[in-house]
Design a protein around this ligand. Structure first.
Ligand code: R5P
Length: 296
């Protein structure tokens, strides 16, 4: 009897629910949307109600946790409504916010990523997929599958002569891309003398006259890639471009990037892209996310 039920569930078409953080992606996906209400009361509190029978059904939730923190609450309330309705919930997160606060550096600090993970754990989710989680340290706090959207990067990255990583964290992904594109790889070293400031150096790599594609998981203040770009220009590269999964572009990042030696910046719309610059090219991630759901 139980097997019959799970057989039905496997054949059933996925149903998608989403929060406002991922509406721009969900709307482009050809996946049946679940009916639900998500609204604000007059005092600003969030109200969520699922309008269909989800009992024993496998449903997908698409949501990110970038700022404002309301995005996290929307996600938790939607998960709660679905779990109360008896759904088996899979979560897919285009961007996992708070992942950069992944360790305690100074006494008295909150371990914010652990807080978000432990709350998610409480929902006993069936499966969690995260598009390029910033830090593998979160594996200690939550069971999830890290998905790097390599196929979206190849068209831009494979036009370069050299694929480069601006810091240790980007090496694995950048090396994989360089191998897939059959181009050489160059590694850089990054230190942060103070929070949100970067200093980038490079050892003996020969990059003179080459077209470089820097690979990173995210662009926030832009400091990392601007510093990397300046350093590479001093070494005589022909041009420097960047591919990054998440484009946060905080503060005056876009203005600074406009004036920088970076030629092109490719980011996905894992986070809604409002940044306007002729340098920035947005790669739509919705087809990729749809594919992940369909093959799961
Ligand atoms: C660093 O560890 C990350 O991979 C990115 O390089 C970093 O978060 C980018 O931040 P920003 O643009 O502020 O330098």
């Amino acid at each position: 009897m139980v097997q019959e039920i799970s057989g039905e569930m496997n054949m059933a078409k996925p149903i998608l629910f989403y929060t406002s953080s991922a509406k721009h992606i969900a709307e482009r996906m050809r996946i049946k949307k679940g009916r639900f209400v998500m609204k604000r009361f007059t005092d600003g509190e969030i109200y969520v109600r699922v309008l269909e029978n989800v009992r024993r059904k496998k449903v997908w939730v698409l949501a990110s946790t970038f700022s404002p923190a309301e995005n996290i609450l929307e996600l938790f309330f939607l998960l709660d409504a679905l779990k109360r309705g008896g759904a088996r919930v899979n979560l897919i997160m285009p961007y996992f916010g708070y992942a950069r606060q992944d360790r305690v550096v100074e006494n008295g600090e909150c371990l914010s990523s652990e807080v978000v993970c432990s709350l998610l754990r409480g929902f006993r989710l069936n499966k969690v997929l995260v598009i390029e989680m910033h830090s593998p340290r979160l594996k200690k706090f939550l069971k999830y599958e890290n998905i790097v959207p390599f196929e979206l990067f190849y068209p831009a990255a494979c036009r370069a002569d050299v694929v480069a990583a601006p810091d240790k964290g980007a090496v694995e992904v950048a090396k994989k891309i360089s191998r897939a594109c059959s181009v050489s790889f160059a590694g850089m070293e990054k230190i942060r003398p103070v929070k949100e400031k970067a200093r980038v150096t490079m050892k003996a790599d020969n990059v003179k006259g080459k077209r470089i594609m820097i690979i990173d998981d995210m662009i926030s203040t832009g400091g990392t890639i601007i510093e990397a770009g300046k350093m590479l220009k001093k070494r005589g590269v022909k041009e420097v471009s960047v591919v990054a999964t998440h484009g946060l572009f905080t503060g005056s990042a876009v203005k600074k990037l406009e004036k920088s030696p970076i030629k092109r910046i490719y980011v996905t719309n894992s986070i809604p892209q409002k940044a306007t610059s002729r340098k920035i090219k947005v790669i739509d991630i919705s087809g990729f996310v749809e594919g992940l759901i369909k093959k799961s």
